[in-house]
Ligand binder design. Structure first.
Ligand SMILES: NC(=O)c1ccc[n+]([C@@H]2O[C@H](COP(=O)([O-])OP(=O)(O)OC[C@H]3O[C@@H](n4cnc5c(N)ncnc54)[C@H](OP(=O)(O)O)[C@@H]3O)[C@@H](O)[C@H]2O)c1
Length: 258
């Protein structure tokens, strides 16, 4: 067995940008072998090439988490290339905004299908490979929005993110017999490419509402995901970790010291 074949194989969905790219970069820096997944092929292929040039072991596969056939093909491609799959980071998600009054049924369906059904499809597709791993690990990217907080325009999104937590609790019990753990990271406001467009004033206001006075980085979420996938977290399953700089703690503006 080569030294490389001892390093975990990690699949990250939604890895072309934002939090998924951050999660993948944290695992890549730690020497893992990476499988980057997103629907659009060009950005994940370009990222894989960039990281390969830096000496990282990484491949990219275009797949849609709402489509079981496409996700099973992505898992097969990973196992063909690396021989195994050890960690699934089910991170892909969408967050279009629509008020309850204006929300169409198709808006609701798109968000629930990608974020909630997509988590189920990703987990089920990876399961045959994870069962063969000695240390199968699943980390789901949920959110504070839904499980803990609300935000106008995101009723469907909040429902999908809360639903993911219901999903992992039963999945954790079912998967325990295979030694597979499943946990969720709950990010607060994370600085991604998408947020940069909101402008400095808006971002400064957001940061001011957070006790640690900054938005989270994508690596903050990657570090939490890597912890759940680590040997040190082997006895933790069905649990959640809020990574929000204390955003959900203050009970009033006075408590925030403003
Ligand atoms: N950003 C935040 O502050 C924040 C806070 C809390 C939770 N989250 C959660 O973190 C996750 C990532 O958010 P983000 O802000 O990093 O999003 P993002 O920057 O918009 O990136 C989303 C990624 O998911 C991929 N994707 C979308 N739909 C997909 C599908 N059906 N199948 C496969 N890949 C798909 C996108 O690529 P393609 O479009 O090419 O498929 C892209 O790689 C989401 O689950 C989100 O709910 C984000």
């Amino acid at each position: 067995m080569t030294a490389e074949s001892n390093t975990p194989v990690v699949m990250v969905t939604g890895a072309s940008k934002g939090i998924g790219k951050g999660i993948a970069s944290v695992f890549a820096e730690a020497g893992a072998r990476l499988v980057l997944v997103a629907r659009t092929e060009e950005p994940v292929q370009a990222l894989a090439k960039e990281w390969q040039a830096q000496g990282k072991t990484v491949m990219a596969v275009a797949a849609d988490v709402t489509d079981g056939e496409s996700m099973r093909a992505a898992v097969d491609a990973a196992v063909s290339a690396y021989g195994s799959l050890d960690v699934l980071c089910a991170n892909a998600g969408i967050f279009p905004s629509a008020s309850l009054e204006e929300m169409r049924e198709e808006d609701w369906d798109a968000v629930i299908t990608t974020n909630l059904k997509g988590s189920f499809i990703s987990v089920q597709s990876a399961l045959p490979a994870l069962k063969k791993s000695r240390n199968g690990r699943i980390v789901v990217t949920s959110s504070i929005t839904g499980p803990l907080t609300g935000f106008p325009g995101w009723a469907h999104y909040g429902a999908s993110k809360a639903g993911q937590l219901g999903f992992i609790r039963t999945a954790a019990i079912e998967l325990a017999r295979y030694g597979i753990t499943i946990n969720a990271v709950m990010p607060g406001n994370i600085y991604t490419e998408g947020l940069a467009d909101l402008g400095e004033d808006y971002l400064a206001t957001m940061a001011a509402s957070i006790p640690l006075k900054r938005l989270g980085s994508v690596e903050d979420i990657g570090n939490a995901a890597r912890f759940f996938a680590s040997p040190e977290a082997a006895y933790i399953t069905g649990q959640t970790l809020v990574v929000d700089g204390g955003q959900t703690l203050p009970e009033s503006l006075e408590a925030l010291g403003q």
